[in-house]
Design a protein. Structure first.
Length: 381
């Protein structure tokens, strides 16, 4: 029994071993088969993948080419615009550099002019410290303003006329003539010393004090000019004198420092005037002269009209007498014509009837019935 079991165990082991060998053989066989099949499938898949990849690559290449051409067509106008913008940018940059160079040159020129102006201003400031030069400068500006207003020297105005009154000699800077032999006296004053000092300093307190001194100097000129009483030295002159300051800033600075300056001048019969206000006054005077000329022309036209009327009246009288003479001549002609027909022509016809041979016929003009017209003037009381 035990031997049978042993035999069965050996057979079973052999059977198991045979089965294992058979499984190994089958495994190796199927492994080779699977490897060959797998290789073949991989090869086919690889070929298919390469074919598909080539097709997709060609399609992608064509699509990329198409898109590139589309993008080129879209980008071409933009590129053209960008080229134009770049050209314009270069042109603007070139112009900017040119303008910047020109601006630098102008700034340099302005700096030179500013230096020259400062130098001339300093020279003018030093020169105006002399009273005689200040007076000449003010008179020159006064003459230019008057000429700018349209007035003529030695016709509408006179410069510095000499006047002797009560053993005193007066010489105003300018006398402007008005219609009806009236005059306006203008005197130029140049209180510049305190004003220039105020403009030269940067200290506000000093500037304010110098401007007050400037206003005091202007008021002093008002008092001095009022004391001369030029309106008493000229006939038919308004009771005021124009005090001319040759710069707008002179008057504005003085009035700003002393607001009562204009009222003080009016009380003293002095009218303060800058170039602008004086031009306005002189323009009004020129307009008055024009109106006066128009008035004189109107009166002259009236006188000429009256004289023409009287002459026409005399001429009409001569015409009426001439017409009367013509009427008398017509009447005498008609009477002579009637006498000719009733007395002379009768005898002439009898001579012809008696055989007086003649081929000419005597003819008479008809009587005139026109009468000359008489010009009638209606007398208006």
């Amino acid at each position: 029994m035990s031997q049978i079991l042993m035999t069965l165990k050996i057979e079973l082991l052999l059977l198991i071993l045979a089965f294992s060998i058979l499984c190994f053989v089958f495994f190796k066989y199927f492994q080779k088969q699977f490897q060959s099949i797998s290789l073949e499938i991989f090869q086919k898949n690889q070929d298919n993948f390469l074919n598909l990849s080539e097709k997709y690559y060609q399609r992608a290449q064509e699509d990329l080419t198409h898109r590139h051409s589309s993008i080129q067509s879209l980008v071409a106008p933009l590129k053209e615009v960008m080229d134009k913008v770049e050209k314009q940018t270069h042109e603007i940059e070139r112009k900017r550099e040119s303008a910047y160079t020109s601006l630098q040159e102008q700034i340099r020129h302005l700096a030179d002019m500013e230096k020259n102006l400062r130098k001339e201003t300093m020279e003018l400031s030093r020169a105006l410290k002399s009273p005689n030069i200040r007076g000449s400068w003010g008179q020159l500006h006064l003459k230019r303003v008057v000429e700018l207003a349209g007035l003529l020297n030695r016709c509408d105005f006179f410069e510095q006329p000499n006047i002797v009154s009560q053993s005193k000699q007066f010489r105003p800077d300018l006398v402007v003539h008005l219609p009806s032999d009236k005059n306006i006296v203008i005197d130029a004053k140049t209180p510049t010393e305190a004003y220039f000092e105020a403009m030269a300093t940067e200290d506000l307190a000093v500037k304010e004090q110098k401007l007050k001194d400037h206003a005091v100097a202007v008021k002093r000129h008002i008092k001095e000019l009022s004391a001369k009483e030029y309106w008493m030295q000229f006939k038919k002159t308004p009771e005021y004198v124009i005090l001319f300051l040759p710069a707008e800033s002179f008057l504005s600075a003085a009035v700003q420092s002393d607001p009562t300056l204009i009222e003080s001048g009016v009380r003293d019969n002095i009218i303060l005037a800058s170039p602008t206000t004086l031009i306005s006054i002189l323009r009004a005077i020129a307009h008055i002269w024009k109106q006066d000329a128009i008035t004189k022309n109107t009166l002259e036209i009236g006188a000429l009209g009256k004289e023409l009327y009287e002459r026409l009246y005399t001429l009409s009288d001569h015409w009426n007498r001439l017409g009367k003479s013509l009427n008398q001549s017509v009447e005498a002609f008609n009477q002579a014509n009637s006498s000719m027909e009733s007395r002379v022509m009768v005898s002439a016809k009898k001579l012809k009837e008696l055989g007086v041979a003649t081929s000419k016929e005597i003819s008479l003009k008809e009587d005139l019935d026109s009468v000359a017209r008489t010009i009638h003037w209606e007398e208006k009381n």
